[in-house]
Ligand binder design. Structure first.
Ligand SMILES: [Zn+2]
Length: 150
């Protein structure tokens, strides 16, 4: 999925869930992290990037571990770390949503970094990807507004 769609879909899903712009913003930052960790595909060594593409940087267990650590910080009750923990929680949720979004347009790691799962509903950057993103945004709005799943 293109970064713009990762940002929009992740931000809207989190905003619909918590109705607070800050967590949505934190999750949008996390939504580009798995791809950022891979480096730039337009760098000098495309094949080196390609070999890392959707590898350990897209391993959900890594972000679940980080999410658990952040929740532990929040649970610790140290007020000074509350904002930091909150940012970390939504950052990890953004990364996890990124991975889920990539799993509908290709394969991503699941239980182990090398065992990949996913379905290819559309090609990255295709018109179908943008239509899919619009549908997810509308569904998020409708669920949040109580128009469906009542
Ligand atoms: Zn990705």
């Amino acid at each position: 999925m293109k970064w713009v769609n990762h940002e929009v879909v992740t931000g809207v899903i989190v905003y619909a869930a918590v109705q607070d712009p800050l967590p949505a913003l934190y999750s949008m930052a996390g939504a580009i992290m798995p791809d950022k960790l891979e480096g730039n595909p337009r760098s000098n060594d495309y094949w080196s990037w390609r070999s890392r593409h959707r590898g350990w940087s897209h391993w959900p267990m890594l972000y679940l571990l980080l999410l658990g650590l952040q929740l532990r910080i929040l649970d610790g009750g140290v007020a000074a770390f509350f904002d930091l923990g909150n940012i970390g929680v939504y950052f990890c949720i953004g990364a996890l949503l990124h991975i889920a979004e990539d799993a509908v347009c290709g394969k991503v790691p699941f239980i182990t970094p090398w065992q990949k799962v996913g379905i290819k509903l559309f090609a990255v950057g295709s018109v179908t990807e943008y239509i899919f993103s619009i549908v997810v945004v509308l569904l998020s709005y409708m669920i949040q507004a109580g128009l469906v799943l009542k």
